[in-house]
Design a protein around this ligand. Structure first.
Ligand code: ATR
Length: 288
């Protein structure tokens, strides 16, 4: 992809560490090219103790917008001028838009996942949902499932305290939804329900593709739908086992694309045509 850079080129980027694996520059530069915008998107590998200096320096350098990834999605919040209400409730930000006196924070992970599920015809409303993991990605998934009125949400995690804390924090925002936390080792105690499961841990991600968070086939028989937020490989062992047991499956690629599209739309205050999104989906190469 050729990008023409001149004196008027606007600069956008991604803050993270590590950052070498990111697909965001490909996605955003593809969108800019498709929309004929004179801009470029680059990775910024941020030293762990320099986040504030980086934010202030990039603002002063006329950077137009940023994405934020691991490990800065929460720690960036104190350095923002303002924060969108939903991002504040979630306590995590992945998109910064240039405001008058500083950056404004947004979270497009939640609606990125929502759009990805909608485009695969996966419903949350009135479903019994399992969230596997209790880290940052689980937080976005749990918030979304509560917002979209799942019937019940059960968070399974290795460290049960983290699952309990996550359940409590979302329960405060959505008091009427039934949200429970259990140890991942107790998965066999789930019974007699058919679940939508959302796998949010890094277990099974390339290159450790032989790993799986729960190995027991009995667990997978209880899933009608399995979503893995991992996109590399395109079919994790988790998704393979779910599919073998007749579940509908969906990986994390569409979430990756939609969270980026939503960020781009916030930066430019536009709606991106579905044709461009489809062309991006068919062009992006992830590999296994
Ligand atoms: P992210 O922001 O991508 O969600 P994270 O906040 O580091 O990443 O969370 C990683 C999640 O994967 C956590 O739920 C973690 O479980 P713990 O809370 O017990 O640490 C889970 N996880 C990571 N490695 C794991 C492993 N080997 N077995 C089980 N769970 C694991």
């Amino acid at each position: 992809m050729n990008i023409k850079i001149d004196g008027k080129t606007k600069v956008y980027g991604l803050l993270g560490n590590p950052i070498e694996h990111t697909k965001s520059p490909f996605i955003h530069n593809f969108l800019a090219k498709s929309l004929n915008h004179n801009q470029v998107y680059v990775p910024f590998k941020v030293a762990f103790n320099c986040l504030n200096e980086v934010i202030q320096g990039l603002y002063a350098s006329d950077i137009q917008g940023l994405n934020v990834t691991v490990p800065f999605k929460e720690s960036v919040i104190p350095y923002l001028k303002n924060i969108d209400e939903e991002a504040r409730l979630i306590g995590a930000v992945n998109t910064l838009k240039r405001g008058d006196n500083g950056f404004i924070g947004y979270n497009t992970d939640v609606n990125g996942l929502y759009k990805a599920l909608l485009s695969d015809n996966i419903t949350i409303n009135n479903q019994d949902v399992l969230i596997i993991g209790a880290g940052g990605a689980a937080k976005a998934a749990t918030y979304l499932c509560a917002r979209e009125q799942a019937k019940t949400i059960t968070i399974l995690n290795r460290t049960v305290k983290k699952a309990e804390d996550l359940a409590k924090s979302i329960q405060i925002i959505f008091p009427t939804i039934s949200i429970n936390a259990i140890s991942i080792e107790d998965y066999y105690k789930l019974h007699n329900l058919k679940y939508l499961a959302i796998q949010t841990t890094p277990i099974g991600m390339s290159p450790k593709t032989n790993n799986i968070i729960i190995d027991d086939c009995e667990f997978y028989k209880q899933l009608h739908t399995a979503v893995d937020l991992i996109y590399k490989p395109s079919k994790t062992l988790f998704l393979q086992k779910a599919e073998e047991n007749s579940a509908v499956i969906s990986n994390g690629l569409k979430m990756l694309i939609f969270q980026a599209v939503l960020a781009y739309e916030i930066w430019h205050d536009i709606n991106i045509d579905d044709k461009i999104i489809q062309s991006l989906l068919s062009t992006i190469e992830i590999g296994d």
